[in-house]
Design a protein around this ligand. Sequence first.
Ligand SMILES: O=C(O)CCC(=O)C(=O)O
Ligand SMILES: [Fe+2]
Length: 319
Amino acid sequence: MSDKMNLPIIDLSGYLNPESLEDRERVIAQVRDASRQYGFFQVRGHGVPPSLQHDLIRSMGNLFSLPKEKKLEMSFLKNPCRRGYEAAGMSLREGDLLPDAKECFYIARDDPIIELSGFYGPNLWPNLPTEDFRDPVWKYYEQTSELGKKIWSILLEGLGQPPSLVEKFARRAIVPMKMIRYPPQSITLPGQFGIGAHTDFGGVTILFQQPGKDGLEVWHEGKETWIEVPALEDVYVINCGDMIQRWSGDRYKSARHRVINKSQGERLSCATFWHGDINATNPLNPDDLNSETVGQLLVKRFRNQYSMTEESIAQVGAA
Ligand SMILES: O=C(O)CCC(=O)C(=O)O
Ligand SMILES: [Fe+2]
C-alpha cells in the first residue's frame, strides 16, 4: 500500500531533561497530538538504560525456557494477587475463534504480605538464581514504573493540568507488568493471533518490543487500517487505555491493537501498565457521573482470572 502509516516517534528527553521551556512544551504537544490521533506513539530518550532492557530479555528467556510443569506450578490463577504464569491458550477474546498463542508472566508492586488479595501482596518469583531473573526484572520494573508516571504527567499537562495532578492518584499506584512470549507464527493455528485485537482497559501502557521482532498492529479508526509498529532498538511504544479515554472526556484515544508475530522465531515483549491508585476516580472531572475506580475496573476485566477473596472484592466495591 502506498499510503502506509507510521506512528510518530517522540524524543522524551526534551521533557525529562529540558534545556528550555520550549523543549518541554514541544514534547507535551507531540504527546497530546499523538494521543488524540492514534492513542499510541513511540518514544526515544525515555531514560530506561539499554542494559536493563537487554537484561530483561535475557531473564525472560531464562523463565520461559523452564520446563512446562515448573511454569504451571506458578499459575497466576492460583496466586492470591494475580502474579505468576499464564500458559498459552488461556485468553480468549469475544469475537476471536481461537485463544491467544502467547504465554505470560506477571509481577506487580511487591508488598511484604497479602494486604488486599488481588492487589497488595508479594510477587511470585521463579526458582532461578536471583541474578538470572528477580534482580534484573525488578530493576527494570522500577524504571518503567517511574516512566509510566512521567508519561501520565505529560498527558495531564497536554490537557492544561499541572503535572503534579498525578500525585492525586499515585499514592500507592497499581502497576502490573506482563512479560510475554509469542511462539513462532509457523506453529500457531490458522487464524490464531499472538494476542487478539483489544484495547487496554486502564491507564498508560509502556510496551517494550524485543528489537527486530515486529508484530504489533494498531487500528486507525479514521483510515480504517492497521498501522504496523516496528520493533526498534531502545524505542518504547506508549498507549492510552480505556480509563484515560474516559477520564479525558474522549480527548485521548484508547485504540484497538493486536499482535501477529512476524519474526522468524519467537517474539518477546513486556508491558508495564501504570493505572493509578486502587480507589482513584477521575481527577480531571470530579463531577464525572461514572465513578468507577481502578480496582473496580480490574476486577471487572479479570474476574474469571483472579483468585481474590470475596472480602477483597467487597472492599474494592466490585461485589
Ligand atoms: O506484545 C505486544 O506487542 C502487545 C501486548 C499487548 O497489547 C498487551 O499485553 O496488552
Ligand atoms: Fe494491549
